[in-house]
Design a protein around this ligand. Structure first.
Ligand SMILES: Nc1nc2c(ncn2[C@@H]2O[C@H](COP(=O)(O)OP(=O)(O)OP(=O)(O)O)[C@@H](O)[C@H]2O)c(=O)[nH]1
Ligand SMILES: [Mg+2]
Ligand SMILES: [Zn+2]
Length: 279
């Protein structure tokens, strides 16, 4: 029968099938062939033998967090504790663009910044909206429910940003463990340890362990360039412009004219490995 992995705990794979959960092992051959099942995988399994026999083709798969077959990813982003990071936000958006998964920016801890301070964030968030990204606050529960319905979504983001807290607000029955922020480090304490998938609003949502940094694994400069979607709105005369030291670069002009957010351009240079003083 065909089920879906909803949780993995050491060598036990919890497979959901017709509203029941079956703890299964994997066929020995998986290890030999370096096949690693992840949460979100659809599998063929035997209910009787409690054995996963085959992983079905994935729509997509990610390493961090280890999940597959997702439609959209919510980057749970706190304005404070841990601090808001434009570098992390842009990295995440690039990763999602390259993998053709819709990124959604979900802001938490608005209550920890005063209105004056929020203005600066609001301006930045409006820029992301203008270039086409959805932005939602963790207080907008009805809007979030609507966005989650009938889709497979993952909640990802820095440790302590409030992923599990928000999921508990959406459905208190899940009763997920949440953790205090370490004041010494200004971030969370890696409270969530494993990925877990829940059925919700006709769709599915995954809670994941938070990270403190995000790395790229060998994407080409071309892929990274194309992931900065607004650059395409400002075509450069030179078709293969890298927007670094080309004289007629329109993207660079638009950065100076404040039509492209400067931090986005600097993050672009950073991601392709160019020091901003060189360009
Ligand atoms: N003030 C404030 N605190 C929040 C908000 N959302 C979450 N928190 C707090 O932030 C802390 C961390 O929340 P968690 O839900 O455990 O964070 P997480 O993203 O699941 O963290 P990991 O599981 O470590 O990745 C908890 O003390 C929450 O109560 C918010 O909107 N405002
Ligand atoms: Mg958590
Ligand atoms: Zn250019």
């Amino acid at each position: 029968m065909k089920g879906q992995i909803i949780k993995i705990s050491s060598d036990l794979y919890f497979v959901s099938y017709e509203n029941e959960i079956y703890p299964c092992k994997c066929r020995g051959i998986f290890r030999k062939e370096h096949i690693t099942p992840v949460v979100g995988d659809y599998v063929l399994f035997s209910k009787e033998k409690k054995l996963i026999e085959k992983i079905l083709d994935r729509k997509n798969v990610f390493q961090r967090p280890k999940v597959s077959n997702i439609d959209q990813a919510f980057l749970i982003t706190s304005l404070k504790s841990p601090d808001f990071s434009l570098n992390l936000l842009d990295k995440f958006i690039v990763l999602m663009e390259i993998n053709h998964v819709k990124p959604i920016i979900c802001i938490t801890k608005r209550d920890l910044v005063n209105d004056n301070e929020f203005e600066k964030y609001d301006e930045i968030l409006n820029y992301y909206k203008e270039i086409g990204y959805e932005v939602v606050f963790n207080t907008e529960l009805n809007k979030l429910k609507e966005m989650l319905s009938n889709k497979t979504s993952v909640f990802t983001g820095q440790t302590g940003a409030g992923k599990s807290t928000l999921l508990n607000k959406l459905n208190p029955d899940w009763d997920l463990e949440t953790g205090e922020i370490s004041h010494a480090l200004g971030r969370g304490k890696h409270t969530t340890r494993v990925v877990e998938l829940f059925e919700f609003m006709g769709g599915k949502v995954m809670d994941t362990p938070g990270f403190s940094s995000l790395e790229f694994n060998n994407y080409s400069k071309e892929d990274i360039k194309n992931a900065f979607v607004e650059f395409k709105l400002h075509p450069c005369p030179f078709k293969d412009c890298t927007h670094t030291n080309e004289k007629e670069c329109v993207v660079k002009k638009e950065v100076l004219a404040n039509n492209i957010l400067e931090s986005r351009y600097h993050n672009y240079l950073n991601f392709i490995g160019v020091d901003k003083n060189e360009s």
